[in-house]
Design a binder for this molecule. Structure first.
Ligand SMILES: [Zn+2]
Length: 498
């Protein structure tokens, strides 16, 4: 159902699922979309119940289950017997996940067999690498009781250096106390569904082959690109051969031949549509990337993009991705009989779209974009606006500094046009108080506070007070205008000032 939702439907008809659901459940860094694998998640939930039985053997549920299924055996070792309930079967399924992350925490070492039990903090077996000599050696035998700590001689005698090293990393308590079971994959030592799910998923990934050829780094960089999300999704799909190019539609019996509808000379695989079709080549020919494709002829989308990725700058790669997406869009327009763009126009449009997107991204992060907008409005005693100003300033400033900068600009504006100011309203309390005390020690905005203090005496100000954003909407709007357009503007109307 979730798969249907992702691929969408049109007029009640289900659209094609281009990738298997289990592939979508892979993490993004492994080429999937990071959807939850419900079966694994379910197992992680049930493993929590198994963990409870293990750590609370006196609970009612644990006692009932013990009476029924493991009277004389250990919960971690009991096997499924025929005719048992669905509930018990599920619990044993959850337990199989739990067993992959359980290990002993050393107390006095009496309960732990040094070679047969999992107790070393090293996945996946948690057991020594040293071959098992088949002697009954308890961890207690490796602890020096005279001087609490590891018995180095015993360790040297029984273990290879690789094991000795890890054993010596386990602290030994002076007080001893019983050994206990812990869950390795959470710092607390207790099982959590989140860590259980992560373990189950990583086990599944390790068993799948596809990830060895396509590196995590590649997929991560695709998702981290500074391009619109729909372009990322498009590139991801194209790399996995999951876009409706002619050949893919023919394979699914939607088209009756696999050839390209535009050039009619080649089989229309995604690489052909985006790079090698004569229509695509016309577009790339007009771009600054034309020569980048030398030697890549007829490679797949994944091969082309992954090679280009290692050769070109981040910015160029983002442009290549967005142009590929635009080519695909344009191609679909011409195939469906719509009006497509000419190559030069298409490139200009795609690059402009990318620039606009990247600019908008910058606006969303006030600390880090390098530009802040400030707004000022000067009103007379009847509330009429006499002068207003919006200004884009270079820098990464916090709210206090922005507020101070706005006040300084406002005072300067008033001084320039000889306007007397009675009350200054600003967002920051600290800035309001700076009107009458020039040095607030240790503030980065101190230099501006000095200017404010000087200017405020010039324009005759007698009160500084704070006001919320909604209370000073006009100035706020001017500020966002400046930060979004990167432009300064000044507006004056002194007709009512006289
Ligand atoms: Zn073609």
């Amino acid at each position: 159902m979730m798969s249907k939702f992702w691929w969408g439907s049109r007029k009640g008809k289900r659209k094609i699922s281009w990738l298997k659901w289990q592939d979508l459940c892979l993490p993004k860094s492994n080429g999937g979309l990071g959807f939850k694998d419900l079966s694994l998640f379910n197992q992680a939930l049930i493993a929590k119940q198994a963990w409870r039985i293990l750590v609370n053997p006196s609970s009612l549920a644990a006692r009932i289950l013990k009476a029924k299924y493991f009277q004389t055996e250990d919960f971690l070792q009991v096997s499924i017997k025929s005719g048992c309930s669905h509930l018990w079967r599920s619990l044993i399924w959850g337990r199989s996940l739990l067993l992959k992350g359980l290990r002993w925490k050393v107390g006095d070492g009496r309960s732990i067999n040094a070679f047969k039990d999992p107790w070393l903090p090293r996945p996946s077996t948690f057991k020594p690498i040293t071959p098992d000599p088949n002697i009954n050696l308890q961890v207690a035998d490796l602890i020096d009781n005279e001087f609490p700590g590891w018995n180095i001689n015993a360790l040297n005698h029984h273990f290879l250096p690789i094991d000795r090293e890890i054993i010596l990393s386990i602290p030994v308590s002076y007080l001893g106390g019983p050994d206990s079971i812990s869950w390795h994959f959470d710092k607390s030592g207790s099982y959590t569904v989140k860590s259980g799910y992560r373990l189950a998923l990583s086990e599944k990934l390790n068993s799948s082959v596809s990830n060895s050829t396509i590196t995590r780094k590649w997929w991560t960089s695709i998702w981290n690109q500074n391009v619109p999300p729909k372009v990322k999704v498009f590139v991801w799909r194209a790399c996995l051969n999951a876009i409706p190019a002619g050949f893919n539609l023919w394979k699914r019996r939607i088209l009756d031949q696999p050839f390209c509808s535009l050039c009619r000379s080649s089989v229309d695989v995604p690489g052909h549509s985006l790079f090698w079709c004569k229509e695509a080549k016309r577009v790339w020919g007009c771009s600054r990337f034309d020569s980048f494709f030398d030697g890549l002829q007829d490679l797949s989308v994944l091969d082309v993009l992954s090679r280009l990725f290692s050769r070109v700058s981040k910015e160029d790669f983002a442009s290549i991705c967005i142009i590929s997406w635009a080519i695909w869009d344009n191609r679909n327009l011409s195939i469906s009989g719509g009006k497509s763009r000419e190559p030069e126009d298409l490139i200009r449009w795609a690059e402009a779209y990318l620039a606009e997107f990247q600019l908008a991204q910058r606006k969303q992060s006030p600390n880090g974009s390098g530009v802040v907008g400030i707004g000022v409005a000067i009103r007379n005693d009847k509330g009429k606006v006499l002068a207003s100003l919006s200004k884009a300033l270079r820098g990464n400033f916090n709210l206090v500094t922005c507020s101070a900068l706005a006040l300084r600009e406002g005072l300067l504006l008033a001084k320039t046009f000889n306007l007397k100011i009675m009350i200054a309203e600003v967002e920051s309390q600290l800035v309001a108080s700076s009107l009458f005390s020039p040095t607030i020690s240790g503030r980065e905005a101190n230099a501006i506070f000095k200017d404010i203090n000087f200017l405020s005496s010039e324009v005759g100000i007698c009160l500084g007070q704070t006001v919320s954003r909604s209370g000073n909407l006009l100035a706020c709007n001017f500020a966002s205008l400046a930060s979004s357009s990167y432009r300064d503007s000044l507006w004056l109307d002194f007709s009512s000032a006289l």
